[in-house]
Design a protein around this ligand. Structure first.
Ligand SMILES: Nc1ncnc2c1ncn2[C@@H]1O[C@H](COP(=O)(O)OP(=O)(O)OP(=O)(O)O)[C@@H](O)[C@H]1O
Ligand SMILES: [Mg+2]
Length: 229
């Protein structure tokens, strides 16, 4: 289980996160939603450790990880798929996957990655930049899975991606949750995806959590107030 307690963060003078607390139970998929610029990515970066919070705690399976550096959090079991995918266009698919293994003792890409995403096997030798948006997203997810994380954190993985690939990505996440007990925290704006794949939700507004609950309770009033543009 991932537990975030009273996390606050500022970019200089600008406070981007205010007293955020959330819980992602083991082997569930939890969404974080909210309009543009409310702090979703800042929150994910504080959990994975690329940003260091001024205040608050992060626990993974009861172990505090908020004092660890980002690469140590990977060793502790965090996998991260950043917003915009951040794959390397001039490296091959294999090389991009290898990057996920940097710093880990194992240097072999697990076969499981190619079982989950057969397209990556087919395109092993191709440049990352030659892949479609959806294929790049699958590559970014594959790269985050090579270290066999306990929790996978994804920041808007469906952004700008075709519906059939969105479905495939959702199915892969479900399979990992059901078969391997993976825990998933996902920033997602696409309500259909949340309704189909996520058990519970948190909504952010101006750096704060303003609503949360089980996905079934995500009603029109909440959507109108905090999500629709
Ligand atoms: N490096 C930075 N320096 C200063 N301010 C920043 C920085 N990155 C983000 N911000 C500000 O912090 C706030 C939260 O940004 P963040 O990227 O976390 O939002 P978001 O919810 O992920 O938005 P989006 O839906 O557009 O991805 C915004 O007001 C943004 O302008
Ligand atoms: Mg963002």
């Amino acid at each position: 289980m991932l537990l975030v307690e009273n996390l606050s963060f500022s970019y200089g003078e600008v406070q981007a996160l205010r007293n955020i607390s959330l819980k992602v139970p083991t082997a569930t998929i939890v969404s974080v939603m909210g309009r543009n610029g409310v702090g979703k990515t800042t929150l994910m970066k504080n959990i994975v450790g690329t940003l260091k919070s001024t205040n608050g705690s992060v626990y993974l399976d009861d172990q505090p990880i908020h004092n660890l550096m980002a690469h140590q959090r990977v060793s502790a079991g965090i996998g991260y798929v950043p917003q915009g995918r951040m794959i390397f266009p001039k490296l091959t698919v294999s090389e991009n996957l290898q990057i996920g293994l940097a710093g880990s003792r194992n240097k072999i890409i697990p076969n499981q990655i190619f079982d989950l995403f057969p397209i990556l096997k087919e395109m092993k030798g191709r440049m990352g930049g030659d892949l479609s948006g959806g294929q790049q997203q699958q590559l970014a997810i594959g790269r985050a899975l090579v270290t066999d994380p306990k929790i996978l954190i994804l920041d808007e993985p469906t952004e700008g991606i075709q519906p059939n690939i969105i479905q495939q990505i959702g199915q892969v996440l479900l399979q990992l949750v059901e078969e391997k007990g993976l825990t998933v925290l996902i920033v997602e704006q696409y309500l259909d995806f949340v309704r189909e794949f996520c058990q519970s939700f948190y909504i952010m507004n101006r750096g704060e959590i303003v609503a949360n609950g089980i996905t079934k309770d995500l009603n029109q009033q909440i959507i109108r107030e905090y999500l629709s543009v």
